[in-house]
Design a protein around this ligand. Structure first.
Ligand code: TRP
Ligand code: ZN
Length: 471
């Protein structure tokens, strides 16, 4: 109904109703609940709508002996709409108190959603602070593909890993890659343990009660799946790359000997990556080597990838490093865009090999196309099984085609546009979306514009086509 058509009494009644609503919520009438998920095509409940996080300040105490985690998460966020309530993702654990802008807030939990109702509605554009006191024994969770992620205990410690949704097992947050934020992660552990996280170690302090507090700082934006915390009796070594990037390696002692070789060239790899892809996006680099078989995979956790036992090869270290440009600095808009992470990181391995007297990317491409995947011992299952930009389901987002057919798609572009334009494209892509998010449509449009080539056939055959690409 047009307001003009309303009778005077109807207008008065509506005004009275509005006043009543305002009185009931105790705030402005503008607030409404933020969405409980971001409708990711594969993980629809992941993340939350109505706000964007600017900073996470996590203060966590962990006891490796009994697996107890106690923490406070202070989340600074900006409201993107008027909010009467908003959600955070949190799996398990006990919430003890929630405060918003310093005032106690009501909250309730259903599934992995923590709904917070501030005492006063938040205004659109308002930057607000939410503090959550929480604790318990975090549990890991099983991904649709059967792999385990989240908080995982080891014999004398634990690690938090979060691809795609496991970070909600150890801290409340907006757990979708489209919401990146800076972090301070402070870990307090019993004396004798090391505690490692993303970014730079600002302080290491002995507490009055005989524990050690490690304050880690990540000044560059990070998607929450890339946050990590690792507790163990690691052997720590530090250094610098030629251009001054600080390197911090924390290695499980039993894995130290086997890790030395694969990690030795990390500083050189950072410099090589900078020459190929543009400046290294972060102030620090490194690695966390966990006890053997802690995880079934390595993960490119920001600035410090985690390895399950000694990295199996130099190529694996290169792969996780390459993610710092592709995945961590340029992050996917949704979990459908995983090939932008894995295809690029795999292609980076091919380039490293080519640049260091090994198999050329062209030779790998031809071998894969001919059905010979021996050149890559990791290639296991069929690289052509599905189109990398459209995995059939959430259980496929880390499938072989996302890695290998994704890498082959990049090589096809290189074949069409030539080396000069191809390497310019890689650098341009990393620069254009540095510390941001991008999806497949952004990439295909950018690639055509940057190279001046019509690449539609490459997209149709390699990224979206169901059939097996033919030589
Ligand atoms: N993204 C990781 C890498 O490429 C691998 C990975 C993380 C993974 N979680 C997974 C692979 C779950 C399979 C299943 O380094
Ligand atoms: Zn990867």
């Amino acid at each position: 109904m047009e307001p003009r058509a309303r009778s005077r009494s109807a207008v008065t009644a509506a005004a009275a109703l509005l006043a009543l609503t305002a009185a009931c919520t105790g705030g402005t009438v503008q607030g409404r609940p933020g969405a409980s998920g971001l409708r990711d095509p594969y993980f629809p409940k992941a993340g939350n709508g109505g706000y964007q996080v600017e900073h996470y300040d996590l203060d966590l105490d962990y006891d490796p002996a009994d697996g107890q985690l106690d923490g406070t998460a202070v989340i600074t966020a900006r409201a993107e709409q008027g909010l009467s309530s908003f959600n955070l993702d949190l799996a398990g654990l006990r919430v003890e108190a929630v405060r918003v802008q310093g005032a106690a807030a009501r909250y309730n939990r259903t599934g992995n959603e923590l709904t917070v109702r501030p005492a006063e509605d938040l205004k659109k554009g308002e930057v607000f602070r939410t503090e959550i006191d929480y604790g318990g024994r975090p549990k890991s969770l099983a991904d649709p593909d059967g792999s385990e992620e989240g908080w995982i205990r080891t014999e004398d410690g634990a690690v938090g890993v979060g691809e795609p949704v496991g970070s909600m097992t150890w801290f409340p947050g907006n757990h979708h890659p489209s919401d990146k934020a800076t972090y301070d992660i402070t870990l307090t552990v019993p004396q004798g343990y090391e505690a490692v996280s993303n970014g730079e170690l600002r302080s290491r302090t002995a507490t009055d009660d005989g524990r050690t507090e490690f304050a880690w700082h990540s000044p560059e934006p990070m998607a929450s799946y890339l946050a990590t915390a690792a507790v163990g009796k690691f052997k720590v070594t530090t250094g610098r790359t030629a251009s001054g990037v600080a390197v911090y390696n924390a290695v499980e002692p039993a894995e130290a000997a086997a890790s030395a070789g694969p990690l030795a060239r990390l500083p050189e790899m950072v410099e090589w990556g900078s020459s190929r892809f543009g400046p290294y996006p972060f102030g620090t680099a490194g690695a966390v080597v966990l006890p053997e078989a802690t995880l079934a995979y390595a993960l490119e956790t920001q600035t410090k990838p985690v390895y399950s036992g000694a990295p199996g090869s130099e190529e694996l270290v290169l792969h996780e490093l390459a993610h710092q440009w592709f995945g961590n600095s340029v992050s996917p808009k949704s979990w459908k865009d995983m090939w932008l992470n894995e295809g690029f990181a795999t292609y980076a391995e091919w380039l490293w090999s080519e640049d260091h007297g090994g198999t050329t990317a062209q030779a790998r491409f031809e071998a894969f196309l001919a059905g010979d995947t021996e050149v890559d011992e990791e290639a296991g299952s069929d690289w052509a099984a599905f189109p990398p930009a459209a995995p059939p389901g959430p259980e496929d987002i880390s499938g072989a085609p996302v890695y290998y057919r994704g890498a082959m798609a990049l090589h096809r572009i290189r074949q069409v546009v030539g080396d000069e334009k191809f390497f310019d494209l890689l650098r341009g892509w990393a620069a254009d979306h540095r510390h941001g998010n991008a999806g497949t449509a952004d990439f295909t449009a950018y690639a055509q514009e940057r190279t001046g080539h019509d690449l539609k056939k490459v997209w149709d055959v390699w990224l979206y086509g169901k059939g097996r690409p033919r030589p």
